[in-house]
Ligand binder design. Structure first.
Ligand SMILES: C[S@@+](CC[C@H](N)C(=O)[O-])C[C@H]1O[C@@H](n2cnc3c(N)ncnc32)[C@H](O)[C@@H]1O
Length: 171
């Protein structure tokens, strides 16, 4: 995924200096770097179920890991146990479970992980599918799990489109 898309996604997430963030499926950790550039005393936990991806993300973000701003962990979202830590915002960029399969376990985990007033940001794109259709699928997943839809966005740029939904946990 191009850095333009990730830059837009991080702009939408809009990390604030003191926030606690969770990234699901961080891959090489490009978004982690962009988030850490905005944090002061906040922090990000970025997970990926692939050890190779976490190793790459750690190399890329070595400075932020050493400073405590970023914590990278091999984990599958549905089984993540961050102790008592709760997040202001959670986001996922191009993590297929939210559009292609049944994300019931993942939404249940996010309910445990987010603060009650927290926000979930799901970004996705598919080469052969328009962003409106991808956004509708993301929205369907959010509503089926009784989360509250706050916004549905699409972003068009050279060579692609990215869809995003923003949701709040059920109260
Ligand atoms: C297509 S890559 C996208 C990586 C990065 N977010 C990006 O946009 O460049 C999807 C990543 O999510 C990870 N992943 C998929 N499902 C996951 C899950 N349930 N929990 C944690 N990581 C997951 C995969 O291992 C993979 O690295």
């Amino acid at each position: 995924m191009s850095q333009d898309r990730i830059a837009w996604a991080v702009d939408v997430v809009a990390p604030q200096a003191s926030e606690q963030l969770l990234e699901i499926g961080c891959g090489h950790g490009v978004a982690v770097t962009k988030v850490c550039e905005r944090l002061v005393d906040g922090a990000i936990l970025a997970i990926d179920r692939s050890a190779a991806m976490i190793a790459a993300a750690e190399r890329r973000n070595a400075e932020y890991v050493a400073g405590g701003r970023a914590n990278l962990q091999v984990a599958n979202l549905h089984a993540l146990d961050p102790g008592h830590r709760r997040f202001d915002k959670a986001f996922a960029i191009r993590v297929g479970v939210f559009t292609r399969s049944d994300p019931t376990r993942e939404f249940a985990a996010l309910l445990r992980l987010l603060k009650p007033e927290g926000r979930l940001f799901l970004f996705h794109d598919e080469p052969s599918t328009g962003a409106d259709e991808v956004a509708a699928r993301l929205e369907g997943a959010v509503l089926r799990h009784r989360w509250n839809l706050e916004a549905r966005l699409t972003h068009v740029f050279d060579g692609g489109e990215l869809a995003c939904v923003i949701a709040r946990p059920p109260s």
